[in-house]
Design a protein. Structure first.
Length: 486
């Protein structure tokens, strides 16, 4: 019995000499702190971190007032730490950190400032489009870009919209002596309202400033083939991720659209992504090009009337484009068999565009368009499905009116060009389009790299990459990446 008691006593002494299990764990706790942005627009921020323990110690200092505000334990929820401060003082700077429960190495100090005051309402000025109250005459016309100067004390960014359309975002270095100048293009002639808001470094947004100005109609507008937005240069037409059709000027250096045609206005009423669109069609609204479009499998050709610099009004879609009763064998009576469509522009005295279509993998030429796009002449240019596996691209037009039609072989990415010369009597020779093999190789554009490859009406290629970057070319060379598309 005495022997048993001695063993028990030793065991008790050994247990008392060891630290408690919780104390052992606490000595090995670690903590992290999620530092915030350098400047916050809230006076009650939530400061967070993590711990391997059940709690941590939290400290907060007001550096501007040179005093410690908080020193207390904070319970963790599944290792997460979160402290919402009492209201802090606007304009002061603060530091904070966490310590492990029971002591140990703290986190590095995190710092931030509090700024809850929005910047001043911006001022706007422009000599190109003076304010309506100034009594001055505009130097630019509707459809042209004008320079506007923005200013607001404490602002680092400006967001601005024309009417209901957001048209820009501009940021500058904090403390810049003067505000930025931005380019804005009023699409409608008449009274326009530019709304501007300033944003400071903390993210506070000012009250809006409304700048009202008058954009006169241009009495001598300059036109260009494929110019949808009225700025006298051809435009790029490409759907955005939501299926809206973006009109992007070739005169810009980025991917900002000058106008957008809603997805609901597409031929199928859902998206422009699958539509075949022609921007060198009807000339009734010069200098603005109307749009022609089909939805593959659909019966009709649609005309979208460009009523005002790319502003395609709801309900402006009209059904057009019947075929003549006498047609070549294998040519459909409507547009349901058309899988590709490009515009050739004026080929005769008619102001409407002639078209090149792919039907059943063969090329069909539609010329001599009459009222409501009732084409009087339909010519089959190839037979036997010769153009299977090829994608047509809009042509380049020479000064004498001759065309260079392009096509890409989808399997290889090889781009070929096909000469369509114009004779002295005004007729065109389309014989080169009888077979894809008749073309001259002008480069290689793999489909995996450039899923979309098209051309503007001036003959310059543009592509959309697999990552949805817009790449523009000079002719077929010198690619320039304009950036990510919407």
């Amino acid at each position: 019995m005495s022997s048993y008691r001695r063993v028990l006593a030793v065991t008790t002494v050994l247990a008392a000499a060891l630290p408690a299990q919780a104390a052992v764990a606490a000595q090995h706790d670690t903590v992290t702190a999620a530092c915030t942005a350098d400047l916050l627009s809230t006076a009650t921020p939530t400061l967070t971190g993590t711990t391997t323990g059940t709690a941590a110690r939290f400290g907060l200092w007001d550096l501007t007032a040179d005093r410690k505000l908080v020193d207390r334990q904070v319970a963790a929820a599944d290792g997460a730490l979160a402290v919402t401060t009492d209201p802090l003082t606007d304009g002061h700077r603060y530091e904070w950190r966490f310590w492990p429960q029971g002591g140990g190495k703290p986190t590095a100090k995190c710092g931030f400032g509090v700024d809850t005051t929005p910047p001043a309402v911006p001022t706007v000025s422009s000599t190109d489009f003076p304010a309506s109250t100034s009594g001055q005459t505009a130097l630019k016309y509707a459809g042209q870009y004008g320079t506007f100067t923005l200013a607001s004390e404490g602002a680092v960014c400006y967001q601005y919209s024309l009417g209901s359309l957001s048209v820009g975002w501009n940021c500058q270095s904090p403390g810049a002596a003067t505000g930025p100048t931005v380019q804005v293009r009023p699409t409608y002639w008449g009274t326009n309202v530019l709304t501007v808001q300033a944003v400071d470094a903390a993210g506070n947004v000012s009250q809006p400033a409304s700048y009202t100005f008058y954009a006169p109609s241009n009495p001598n507008p300059v036109s260009a083939p494929g110019d949808v937005d009225g700025d006298a240069v051809p435009d790029i037409l490409v759907p955005d991720a939501a299926g809206n059709l973006q009109v992007i000027s070739t005169d810009r250096s980025d991917t900002t659209p000058t106008s957008v045609v809603r997805a609901s206005q597409a031929p199928d009423g859902v998206s422009w992504a699958s539509a075949e669109t022609v921007s060198r069609g009807y000339d009734n609204h010069a200098p603005n090009a109307d749009l022609l479009a089909i939805s593959p499998g659909g019966t009709y050709l649609y005309l979208f009337q460009n009523v005002d610099y790319g502003a395609f009004a709801t309900g402006s879609t009209l059904v057009r484009g019947s075929r003549p009763a006498t047609r070549p064998e294998g040519v459909a009576a409507d547009w349901s068999a058309t899988t590709q469509l490009i515009g050739l522009g004026r080929l005769g005295t008619r102001t409407s565009s002639s078209l090149l279509a792919v039907e059943g993998d063969d090329l069909v030429l539609l010329t001599d368009p009459g009222v409501q796009y009732r084409y009087r002449t339909v010519t089959k240019l190839s037979t036997g499905g010769a153009w299977a596996g090829h994608r047509l691209i809009e042509p380049a037009t020479a000064p004498d009116g001759s065309l260079t039609v392009r096509a890409r072989e989808l399997a290889t990415g090889e781009l070929r060009e096909y000469a369509v010369p114009k004779a002295a009597d005004g007729t065109y020779d389309f014989s080169a389009l009888a077979s894809p093999a008749n073309g001259t190789v002008a480069g290689t554009f793999p489909v995996a790299q450039y899923p979309t490859l098209r051309s503007t009406a001036d003959g310059n290629l543009y592509a959309v990459t697999a990552e949805r970057h817009l790449v523009v070319f000079t002719g077929t060379t010198a690619p320039k990446d304009r950036g990510l598309l919407r």
